[in-house]
Design a protein. Structure first.
Length: 435
């Protein structure tokens, strides 16, 4: 028994080492998420090899390891390709070190793991909460453990051996699954928290800068624009000079729009809080953007419900306007803009989706940073920065899910007007990024 415990702990050590050391080391490296997934998968693959090299001897005719747990974690957090790579590695190494004995069981189990990872990965990443993800991995590990014992019982007929297997192999799988999933979720949580702290520090710097210089810059721009308008009305000006002045006025207007965004960011707190009808406010913003949508051959589909929230009308409309305008501009060749309103517990959910060009994970993570834009020279990067700040001051949450070529989904949660406790609830999404 002491030897058995040592072997189980050794397998657990291999799994923990792969899930703890490698992700922490990678987090400090500036590489793409795709490269990080590959390196994490390779680390789990090495873990599987070590687990199979130092297996757990239950009886003379039955030995096992914790490779199934490693494949579940690698497949559900890394995707179907990761699961396929890890399963293939496990089967090939099984043949190398153990011949064909038990290979059929191994192939059946790993095939099931790849198929489930393929169909469950997207929902696992986008819809499950951390607790649900941990629970799912535990239940799946229990399921494959039970299936392994059922298939192994075909050639193991000794009741004593079967009882010994049930008392050791069966508990080891869910325990290892819990530890592995919990460590992975904890690391992801701390990484998200670190990113939020860095973002908050950047926002604070920009806020102080915006508050200090916006008014001083805006006043001379207003005076300059006024004099240019007077010159534009002069009959002594020729047509070419009027063209130059008109261009100058347009650039001043653009500069004032940028300063307005800065002012909204610097002072986002609602000054006149009132009851807002979400349906009415969205319809007003749609009326403003409809000419732009028609010009770009974009169909607007809505499913609106008149839920009420608290906030300042102008800032809330500005928030919606920025998000919807981004969605329209992401569909240069036409498409569909969908706006849905629903209730989720005590929160009003506004779901805005488009069928545009989409974004990469790296772009999603940088949304809301000062001067970061996906529009090239056409954008300033301040629009989404203002959106994040307004949603934050309204005690809401904003999550974004997007894939290149498939469009973008924006989820905005605001406390219901009738909610007595305005404490924010937490909702996790891999491909959705919290503010």
């Amino acid at each position: 028994m002491p030897s058995l415990i040592k072997e189980i702990l050794l397998n657990l050590f291999f799994i923990i080492l792969a899930l703890l050391i490698v992700p922490v080391w990678l987090e400090e490296r500036r590489i793409s998420d795709h490269a990080k997934t590959i390196l994490k998968t390779m680390a789990i693959g090495i873990c599987i090899i070590f687990c199979m090299t130092f297996p757990i001897h239950v009886t003379d005719s039955f030995i096992f390891d914790l490779r199934q747990v490693a494949i579940w974690i690698g497949g559900l957090y890394g995707g179907a390709l990761s699961a396929l790579f890890l399963s293939s590695m496990a089967v090939i190494y099984h043949i190398i070190i153990g011949g064909t004995e038990g290979i059929i069981v191994a192939m059946i189990i790993t095939t099931i793991q790849v198929i489930i990872s393929f169909f469950l990965y997207r929902k696992f990443q986008t819809s499950f909460s951390p607790k649900q993800r941990i629970t799912s991995i535990i239940l799946l590990s229990i399921g494959t453990a039970m299936l392994t014992m059922m298939l192994s019982s075909i050639w193991i007929v000794d009741d004593y051996q079967i009882l010994h297997i049930i008392s050791t192999y069966f508990p080891a799988q869910p325990v290892a699954a819990f530890l592995g999933a919990y460590i992975t979720e904890t690391i992801q949580k701390h990484n998200d928290l670190r990113r939020r702290i860095v973002r908050a520090e950047k926002m604070e710097v920009v806020g102080h800068l915006a508050a200090s210089i916006s008014h001083e810059v805006r006043n001379p721009l207003t005076v300059s624009r006024g004099f240019m308008q007077l010159l534009l009305q002069s009959e002594r000006m020729n047509y070419k000079d009027k063209q130059y002045i008109q261009i100058a006025i347009e650039e001043i207007d653009r500069a004032e729009a940028i300063i307005t965004d800065y002012l909204t960011f610097a002072k986002p707190a609602p000054e006149h809080v009132e009851k807002l009808n979400v349906k009415t406010e969205i319809e007003r913003v749609i009326d403003i953007l409809r000419p732009l949508a028609n010009m770009n051959s974009i169909e607007i589909q809505t499913s609106l419900v008149p839920f009420a929230i608290k906030g300042e009308r102008q800032k809330f409309q500005q928030c919606l306007l920025n998000v919807m305008k981004n969605a329209i501009e992401a569909m240069p060749n036409g498409g569909t803009l969908r706006i849905n309103v629903s209730i989720d517990k005590d929160y009003v959910l506004i779901h805005i989706s488009d069928t545009g060009v989409g974004m990469t994970k790296e772009q999603i993570e940088r949304l809301g940073e000062p001067y970061f834009t996906t529009k090239g020279t056409k954008g300033t990067g301040l629009g989404m920065m203002v959106v994040y700040r307004i949603v934050e001051t309204m005690k809401g949450d904003l999550f974004i899910h997007s894939e290149v070529g498939e469009g973008t989904d924006v989820y905005m949660y605001f406390p219901s007007y009738y909610k007595t406790d305005v404490e924010k609830f937490s909702r996790k999404n891999e491909k959705a990024i919290p503010i």
